[in-house]
Design a protein around this ligand. Structure first.
Ligand SMILES: [Mg+2]
Length: 413
């Protein structure tokens, strides 16, 4: 039986800040842009007690927690600590698949002779991470990736959850929201249909699940039953920040796919910017209806963290896929070869000279400020055909910066 660990640092960016600055310890700390238009890149556990979460607009975080301490991101520092953490992983197995700076799958099946069983290796890695960095991690141990990933999140922070041989029995009582890949859109649909737990999904009629979730339905049922044959794919370069979505209905046109890549690029750029990180490579991933996974990767001319550069790279990559008659069920974008973005302006769009682009960005930031509860991205502005979004996007392109606008004729009278 395979032994797979999923290890995830606890509130990584915020914990690094609290470690480096003792005055931040015990306080509700978030990492993110100092102005209220940014988003939370990471929240300390003290901040989470107030309901503050990563990816939340900063204004909302301030509303929820009056004593919130906002620390500007130091991407270089996080990359440095991440290397120390991954070095500990590599001490125990070469089969490390990084999911982000602070999270990885490890296949330790062949390491048991040296270090003991999966639980012992997880305990040892957690201790070594504390020694090397002073920071805690949470671990899940299981015979498959799906269960390991769920397990690492069950007992945070500083948790260790070992999934027994009866994986399905372990998963059965968990609410469907715990399922990796079931997002806020899918969960209510499933709940309406009476699927409340992973056990309900495991027992579901495959046809009914396929009607509810599309071609993803049968896979969900198998995962819920603890059947996940996916291997840990080792890649020393895999530390990345990514976004991906599985669609209920397969995408069949290049235009549909390109649109999803724009949404992903915007999300990735937002996360990179919030973390003060720039990427030197972009990867596009497509999963076809028959579960074939295709990826294409390109190195950028210079490190970037803006939506436009990442999306442009995605479009170049998209042309390298064989898309004829393809039915695509999942699209993803990830930024790789991460490094500090100190030299890069903390904006979502890099080319400051291009007025049109800057106009859209300013609107984006002001829209965020005004409608802070609802995450608004460049992609959603393009997609949202409501009059409000159209007006907002059109104004600065025509009229320059808002401060220079002439008073309206109505007010003059
Ligand atoms: Mg983490």
């Amino acid at each position: 039986m395979r032994q797979i660990l999923h290890i995830d640092m606890d509130a990584f960016f915020a914990s690094v800040e609290q470690r480096d600055d003792p005055s931040l310890r015990g306080r509700p700390v978030v990492v993110g842009g100092a102005n209220r238009r940014g988003v939370v890149a990471a929240a300390s556990y003290e901040a989470r007690e107030f309901g503050v979460r990563s990816a939340m607009p900063m204004a909302e975080a301030h509303r929820r927690c009056r004593n919130l301490v906002v620390v500007p991101p130091r991407g270089g520092r996080y990359a440095e600590v991440s290397r120390q953490v991954f070095d500990v992983f590599y001490e125990h197995t070469p089969l490390v698949e990084g999911l982000s700076l602070d999270e990885a799958f490890l296949d330790v099946t062949a390491s048991r002779g040296l270090f003991g069983d999966g639980a012992a290796i997880a305990r040892r890695i957690k201790e070594r991470v504390v020694e090397a960095t002073g920071l805690t991690a949470s671990a899940g141990v299981a015979s498959c990736k799906f269960a390991a990933k769920i397990a690492s999140d069950l007992d945070k922070p500083n948790g260790l959850t070992v999934v027994p041989a009866d994986v399905a029995g372990f998963l059965a009582p968990l609410p469907i929201e715990r399922m990796w890949g079931i997002g806020p859109k899918t969960a209510p649909t499933l709940r309406r249909l009476g699927y409340l737990t992973l056990g309900d999904l495991a027992k579901a009629d495959p046809g009914a699940l396929e009607r509810a979730l599309g071609s993803w339905g049968p896979e969900v049922r198998e995962l819920a039953r603890g059947n996940d044959p996916r291997d840990v794919v080792p890649d020393r370069e895999a530390k990345s920040i990514g976004a991906e979505v599985t669609y209920d209905t397969d995408l069949t046109t290049r235009e549909q796919i390109a649109r999803t890549l724009l949404a992903h690029a915007a999300r990735v750029a937002e996360r990179l910017t919030a973390a003060g990180i720039a990427a030197s490579a972009v990867v596009v991933k497509l999963k076809l209806h028959d579960f074939t996974i295709l990826t294409r990767r390109m190195t950028l001319p210079s490190p970037a963290s803006d939506t436009r550069t990442i999306h442009d790279a995605c479009l170049v990559l998209l042309d390298r896929f064989p898309l004829e008659r393809a039915r695509v069920r999942l699209t993803g974008v990830s930024a790789q070869d991460l490094g500090p973005a100190e030299a890069v302006q903390p904006t979502l769009f890099r080319d400051e000279k291009e007025d049109k682009r800057r106009g859209v960005e300013n609107v984006l930031l002001r829209a965020k400020e005004r409608y802070g509860d609802k995450p608004i991205t460049f992609a959603s502005l393009l997609e949202d055909a409501s009059p409000r979004a159209e007006r907002a996007a059109a104004k600065p392109v025509r009229g320059g910066s808002p401060g220079e606008r002439a008073p309206s004729p109505g007010r003059r009278r």
